[in-house]
Write a protein that binds this ligand. Structure first.
Ligand SMILES: Nc1ncnc2c1ncn2[C@@H]1O[C@H](COP(=O)(O)OP(=O)(O)OP(=O)(O)O)[C@@H](O)[C@H]1O
Ligand SMILES: [Mg+2]
Length: 271
């Protein structure tokens, strides 16, 4: 098969990042990142605080601009109207809505379905209502669907913002610490749900989490990011903590505070 017909037959990757460097306030935060995600992958990103994980997600979203290199989503630049409704995002802070915001779970989830162009079309409204109902069911919030979100627990609110992303037509969803404040049982249910979405509905998920145990149980592929990508491979090959220290070019000796911090950080999450 010649390369031309191969190009026509294979879809472009969901995400293609090449040679990416990003600077914030003059400081180089990401350097020489190459990353390709294909449809249906569930990829976990870990790394110490301040290592550039959120910066990477913000660059994929197009909020931060590369100093060098590029990001393409379905072969389009971030922020391109052609991929606008294909990209979802659930952030660390998404569930911290202002106290005075009175909005029910159903209303919040409905916001995920709104885009310019479909607001006045009856058929889309019906489709949207169905997607909202399904998303609420998927995250297990049916009982509180019509309750104001300010009356929910932190974990329930987080599930509501995940449902908002699920109700949209996004097929590529970025998660920045979505498991914070969620109890272990709900966390496991949610991870199972996200895994099913990848397997059964071809969604692609890129998830940043400090919860190493949880993410290792679910992600198919793991990335260790610290300015650049130090590891990218199948989850079963993810290095142990001592090898991680080596990846960072640090000798794992007792007196090395930096290594200890890393280990303490990860060990805490392993509890
Ligand atoms: N608005 C900003 N302007 C300048 N520098 C910033 C800004 N936000 C973050 N940074 C710096 O960029 C670096 C990477 O931050 P980032 O938030 O991407 O890290 P992170 O890996 O997501 O950390 P965490 O695990 O704490 O969420 C840090 O050194 C941080 O101080
Ligand atoms: Mg972050």
């Amino acid at each position: 098969m010649d390369t031309k017909s191969e190009t026509i037959l294979s879809d472009p990757p969901v995400l293609r990042i090449e040679n990416l460097s990003v600077r914030r306030s003059g400081k180089l935060i990401l350097k020489d990142i190459d990353l390709t995600l294909t449809n249906g992958e569930f990829v976990g990103i870990v790394g110490p605080n301040g290592s550039g994980k959120s910066t990477l997600l913000l660059t994929i979203l197009g909020i931060l601009k590369p100093e060098k290199g590029f990001v393409k989503i379905h072969d389009n630049l971030p922020m391109s109207p052609r991929i606008y409704d294909k990209l979802g995002w659930v952030s660390q802070a998404a569930s911290h809505l202002p106290k005075n915001v009175r909005i029910t779970v159903r209303e919040l989830v409905h916001l995920g379905t709104i885009k310019v162009g479909n607001m006045f079309m009856e058929s889309d409204k019906k489709g949207a209502r169905e997607r909202v109902g399904n998303a609420i069911k998927m995250v297990g919030l049916e009982d509180v669907a019509d309750v104001s979100i300010d009356r929910l627990s932190g974990g329930q609110r987080q599930r509501a913002v995940i449902a908002r992303a699920l109700a949209s037509k996004s097929d590529f969803i970025l998660f920045d610490e979505p498991l914070v404040g969620i109890d272990r049982e709900t966390r496991n249910d949610l991870l199972k749900l996200l895994d099913d979405l990848c397997h059964n509905e071809g969604k692609t998920i890129l998830m940043v989490s400090h919860d190493l145990t949880a993410i290792r149980q679910t992600a198919h592929r793991m990335i260790y990011l610290e300015e650049s990508i130090r590891f990218d491979g199948p989850t079963e090959d993810f290095p142990d903590l001592v090898s991680l220290a080596n990846l960072r070019g640090i000798k794992p000796v007792h007196s090395d505070n930096h290594t200890e911090n890393l280990l303490v950080n990860f060990n805490e999450k392993l509890k």
